[in-house]
Design a protein around this ligand. Structure first.
Ligand code: HEM
Length: 271
């Protein structure tokens, strides 16, 4: 049995954060954030470093349970598409809502809560890319405003709501765009040396140069495009996406590059 106060024993969450991903889908926010350990680092910073001495929200949490950071990290894990830790361990939606009822949270307290959570995300080293933070802050804004509603004296929160499952906003997903900070040479791929008819195709010489840094970064959550073994292992799926023109996401490869990749795979993916 897992001890929920000990993240080191949290096998479910740890395994889920490390599990190989389905190559054809986007990562969950939970995976991108770094799983339960990263979210727990954030909530621990929030409730131990920021909350206790904060004059606006400190008093609200004066009697919180010792495992409150674990509870909120479990809630966020579940909301961000990870394992259903809060529902399994702590009581799900009903418990969460019951903890806000009657607290009469003010707009000022909410704003402080949200800004300190964003600061804690920075301090815990959560990803800072625009896509992740847009989704993260959207949830924090949405959820905290609902917490304010539910906490008013005349509030009647709906009793049986599912725990939300949050997602990237407006198709702003990892790898969905080229960063303005990418070096010019990384935006375009110079024509690779095309091996002649009958000449051997090698990964280092012909295939690896086809993948830019941005391609590598956008797939890094799943595998490494600069690793021959990874590219071989996922070669069929990669070829499928190249042929469909859905990879790279900022523009399809010319036909001769797709053909070169297919030729390399057919040759047994040599070094
Ligand atoms: C996205 C926004 C929020 C999330 C995800 C969240 C999450 C949670 C969760 C999961 C609990 C229940 C923990 C348990 O099982 O005991 C909880 C309790 C609580 N929350 Fe929130 N919360 C949010 C916003 C807020 C805001 C804006 C405030 C006030 C400024 C607040 C104040 C509290 C308080 C006072 C408790 C009870 C603490 C205790 O005495 O045990 N929450 N919250």
């Amino acid at each position: 049995m897992n001890d929920p106060t000990d993240p080191a024993s949290d096998d479910t969450a740890r395994t889920a954060a490390r599990e190989p991903l389905d190559r054809e889908r986007e990562p969950t926010l939970y995976e991108w954030a770094g799983g339960y350990p990263a979210l727990l680092a954030m909530t621990t910073i929030f409730y131990t470093r920021h909350v206790p001495d904060d004059p606006l929200i400190g008093p609200l949490f004066a009697d919180m349970l010792p495992d409150h950071p674990e509870r909120v990290a479990a809630w966020l894990s579940e909301v961000f598409g990870g394992p259903k830790l809060y529902s399994e361990r702590y009581g799900g939606y009903r418990r969460m809502v019951s903890q806000h009822v009657g607290k009469k949270i003010t707009p000022e307290q909410r704003a402080r809560w949200a800004s300190l959570m964003a600061a804690s995300a920075d301090e815990a080293g959560l990803p800072t890319d625009p896509e992740f933070r847009a989704a993260f802050v959207a949830y924090i804004e949405w959820g905290s405003r609902i917490a304010v509603e539910n906490s008013q004296v005349d509030a009647v929160p709906p009793p049986h709501m599912p725990v939300p499952r949050w997602w990237w906003v407006c198709d702003a997903t990892p790898g969905a765009r080229i960063s303005a900070l990418q070096q010019e040479e990384e935006r375009s791929v110079p024509a690779p040396p095309l091996p002649g008819e009958g000449e051997a195709v090698g990964f280092a010489e012909h295939i690896r140069p086809l993948f830019r840094q941005v391609d590598r970064n956008s797939m890094r959550f799943a595998f490494d495009l600069w690793s021959r073994d990874d590219v071989e292992k996922h070669g069929t799926a990669i070829l499928h996406r190249l042929r469909a023109g859905t990879m790279p996401c900022d523009g399809a490869w010319p036909a001769e590059r797709v053909a070169l990749f297919a030729r390399w795979l057919e040759a047994g993916a040599p070094e």
